[in-house]
Design a protein around this ligand. Structure first.
Ligand SMILES: NC(=O)c1ccc[n+]([C@@H]2O[C@H](COP(=O)([O-])OP(=O)(O)OC[C@H]3O[C@@H](n4cnc5c(N)ncnc54)[C@H](OP(=O)(O)O)[C@@H]3O)[C@@H](O)[C@H]2O)c1
Length: 212
C-alpha cells in the first residue's frame, strides 16, 4: 500500500445508524460536549476531509473555533462541483484543497483555482489512495474525515481508515434512503474492529474503534 497519513473518521449517528434524514439536510445529532470534542479533534489534525455530497448538503465551513489554528480543508469532488461561494472556500478557515478527477470540466476547475488549490488524481473518480499519498508527501500526518456516507464507504472498503469515532445520539431517524455511517454497495464479509473506548457524553455515547 502507498504511504498515507493516519486517517480517522469522526461521525455522529442516530441510534439506528443514520447520519442524516432521508432529506439529507444537516442535523444536530450530538450536543455541546461532543461539539467541543469535535473542535478539539479538528485542531489536533493537519487536515479535515469531506465528500462533495456533504458540501452540497450541509455547506460546512470546517473551521476550528476554540483555538486560532489553520487546518487544511479538503473536498473530494471528482467533477469540481464545489460551489465557488461554498463555506469551505471562505477565508475564515485554513487553506482549501479540492481533489478532482481528470474528467472534471476545465472551466469549473479554473473557477475553483481562484479560491483553492486543485489536485487532480484519478480518471473518472478521485483516486483516494493517490490523494492520500500526495497528502502524506505534503506533510499531512493526521487526517480527520468528516463524512459523508459515500466517502466513508470508499475509504473503509479500500482499507484506508485507521480508526473510527462515532457519537451515537439519542434519536431514531429511520428510512431506507437516509444515509448511514457507511453506505456504498457493502462488504462481502464484515470488517472487524477493535473496541478502543466507550464514553457517555451529552445524551448519547461516544464509541471509538480501531480498524483491524
Ligand atoms: N452526522 C454526521 O456525522 C455527518 C457528517 C457528514 C455528512 N453527513 C451527511 O451525509 C450526507 C452526505 O453524504 P453522501 O454520501 O451523500 O456524500 P459524501 O460522502 O459527502 O460525498 C460523496 C461524493 O464524493 C465524491 N467522490 C469523489 N471521489 C470519490 C471516491 N473515490 N469515493 C467516494 N466518493 C467520491 C462523489 O461525487 P462525485 O463523483 O461527483 O465526485 C460522491 O458522490 C448528508 O446528508 C450529510 O448531512 C453527516
Amino acid at each position: 500500500m502507498k504511504s498515507k497519513p493516519f486517517v480517522f473518521i469522526n461521525a455522529a449517528m442516530s441510534a439506528d445508524g443514520k447520519i442524516s434524514t432521508y432529506r439529507r439536510s444537516q442535523l444536530k445529532i450530538s450536543g455541546y460536549d461532543d461539539m467541543k470534542r469535535v473542535d478539539g479533534l479538528r485542531s489536533g489534525s493537519d487536515a479535515i476531509m469531506v465528500g462533495i455530497g456533504t458540501v452540497l448538503a450541509d455547506n460546512p465551513g470546517l473551521t476550528v473555533k476554540s483555538v486560532e489554528k489553520n487546518v487544511i480543508r479538503i473536498v473530494v469532488d471528482s467533477m469540481a462541483r464545489t460551489p465557488v461561494d461554498a463555506e469551505v472556500l471562505s477565508r475564515k478557515g485554513g487553506p482549501t484543497i479540492i481533489a478532482v478527477s481528470k474528467s472534471a470540466p476545465s472551466e469549473r476547475v479554473e473557477a475553483l483555482r481562484e479560491k483553492a488549490e486543485v489536485i487532480t488524481v484519478g480518471d473518472e473518480r478521485v483516486s483516494l489512495s493517490e490523494l492520500l499519498a500526495e497528502l502524506k508527501n505534503r506533510g499531512i500526518e493526521r487526517l480527520m474525515v468528516e463524512g459523508g456516507a459515500t466517502l466513508n464507504w470508499s475509504l473503509i472498503s479500500e482499507g484506508l481508515v485507521d480508526e473510527i469515532y462515532v457519537y451515537i445520539g439519542n434519536m431514531i431517524i429511520g428510512g431506507k434512503n437516509a444515509p448511514t455511517l457507511v453506505d456504498g454497495v457493502g462488504l462481502k464479509e464484515p470488517m472487524k474492529l477493535e473496541l478502543l473506548s466507550v464514553e457517555r457524553m451529552d445524551e448519547g455515547v461516544l464509541v471509538k474503534w480501531r480498524v483491524l
